[in-house]
Design a protein around this ligand. Structure first.
Ligand code: FAD
Length: 417
């Protein structure tokens, strides 16, 4: 079997892999990216957060992105039982970009990967990683579309294989998520939305009128289409009948606001489902490999944090690798796993509180303190690593304080006029 060599091997050319490859290449480190599929390929995860624009900028990809014609995004809107509240990401506590895009991932991922390739990164499409040997210098077994097999030696492996979760599977690192399994049913629609009040610059998260743990996403694109999906625990979907498309639209029709908005909508791709996507691992990195993005931990889609976490992990891991090649000591647990986990855990606090209703109480409360709203807005915009933000540093206690305030306000009698 032929054997090749590089400094850093990257598994997967999604957002995590493309950003990591670009950052390393810019630093003069030799990288080789192995991508199982041909691009463009479909991926779910179309609503970005402003925080991720920093990593795109650092990778020298902003110009290409800004020219691509994607739908501008400046916030998130929430609706439950006719109550509507929105968060403007430009009005936030943390410094940094306040706007981003809503993207069809097939185009977006290809754009990042093509931009990395134009910078000089070598990406091999149709090359799948099938095995790893970590006994000495890491060696990957690879087979390509034509059935050719070869080995690749590298100093270090970055696993950016997303839901492929290559190293967690091969190295038995997978652990059950502490979030209950949930299921998403989704498609793209020609939306036909005529409501002049509908804000195409924001993701719309709608909550089911009877079951607060069922929610819908509606992500407008720039071409008159939207990504539409619903998320629920499998037991809630068990009684649904018909095709997946019929199930999705039956659920949409249970939410009157969404039903009205989408009365002209028609699906333009096969409706799909994904379940049990929340995932954890026993370790995110050693001195031979690091797991990036979804290959490490995936929480939940509700706050659109996936791509941001993926790119944040690329930035942290490539920073460690640059220090390593500069002859500095790297402690992968302290310098990579812990800082990455801190932000993921911040999101986890809000995800858990979304499903048990506490965070929804805050989101839909009528008179929000503007300063508190800015701090929460920072997190919704992806800045979950800004420890100057009390709602990051001390997320659970701060959130519970606000929840209590909201509950007090709701239970206190309305003053006599
Ligand atoms: P990916 O984008 O999945 O890329 C991994 C790549 O690795 C793929 O191209 C794959 O072909 C390749 N690969 C896999 N196995 C191998 C192998 N053996 N060899 C070589 N290559 C391999 N995130 C958001 O930011 N916003 C959202 O609105 C959002 N909505 C979501 C909705 C749902 C229902 C779900 C489940 C997730 C959502 N996400 C969202 C999360 C988002 O999809 C992911 O977090 C994001 O795609 C992760 O990027 P990545 O680069 O880690 O992996």
């Amino acid at each position: 079997i032929p054997e090749f060599e590089t400094q850093v091997a990257i598994i997967g050319a999604g957002p995590a892999g493309a950003i990591a490859a670009s950052l390393l290449h810019k630093a003069g480190i030799r990288v080789l990216v192995l991508e199982r599929q041909q691009f463009p390929r479909f991926s779910i995860g179309e609503s970005l957060l402003p925080c991720c624009m920093q990593f795109i900028e650092a990778a020298g990809m902003s110009e290409a992105l800004n020219k691509a014609g994607f739908q501008f995004k400046n916030g998130a809107a929430f609706r439950r039982n006719g109550n509507y509240n929105c968060f403007d990401f430009t009005d936030k506590f943390t410094q940094g970009p306040g706007t981003t895009f809503q993207v069809e991932r097939a185009h977006f991922d290809k754009l990042l990967a093509d931009t990395a390739a134009a910078q000089g990164v070598n990406i091999r499409y149709g090359h799948s990683v099938t095995a790893i040997d970590l006994n000495a210098r890491p060696i990957l077994d690879i087979s390509d579309d034509q059935g050719k097999q070869y080995r690749l030696q590298a100093d270090f492996i970055l696993d950016a294989s997303g839901f492929g979760r290559v190293l967690p599977r091969l190295l038995d690192l997978e652990r059950p998520s502490n979030l209950p399994p949930r299921q998403a049913i989704f498609t793209h629609v020609e939306d036909g939305i005529t409501d002049p009040d509908f804000d195409r610059n924001k993701i719309l998260i709608s909550v089911h009128p009877q079951h607060q743990d069922i929610w819908y996403w509606l992500i407008p694109f720039s071409n008159g289409r939207c990504s539409l999906g619903v998320v629920a625990e499998p037991a809630r979907l068990a009684h649904q009948q018909g095709t997946l498309e019929q199930q999705l639209f039956a659920l949409v029709n249970e939410e009157p606001g969404l039903k009205r908005l989408l009365s002209n909508a028609r699906a333009v791709r096969d409706t799909a489902q994904l379940g049990g996507y929340s995932a954890r691992v026993s370790t995110l990195a050693t001195d031979k490999f690091a797991l990036l993005g979804n290959a490490g931990e995936f929480l939940d889609p509700v706050f659109s944090s996936g791509v941001t976490i993926a790119m944040q992990s690329s930035a942290l891991a490539t920073d460690c690798l640059m220090r390593k090649y500069n002859g500095e000591e790297v402690n992968w647990d302290k310098d990579y796993c812990q800082p990455l986990t801190q932000g993921v855990d911040t999101f986890r606090t809000y995800v858990e509180a979304w499903y048990d209703g506490r965070f929804q109480q805050v989101i839909f409360s009528e008179d929000q303190n503007p300063k508190v709203k800015q701090m929460i807005c920072s997190i919704l915009a992806g800045y979950a690593w800004d420890r100057d933000n009390p709602f990051v540093k001390d997320s659970l206690r701060r959130l519970n304080m606000v929840v209590e305030l909201c509950a007090d306000r709701q239970s206190s009698p309305t003053p006599e006029p």
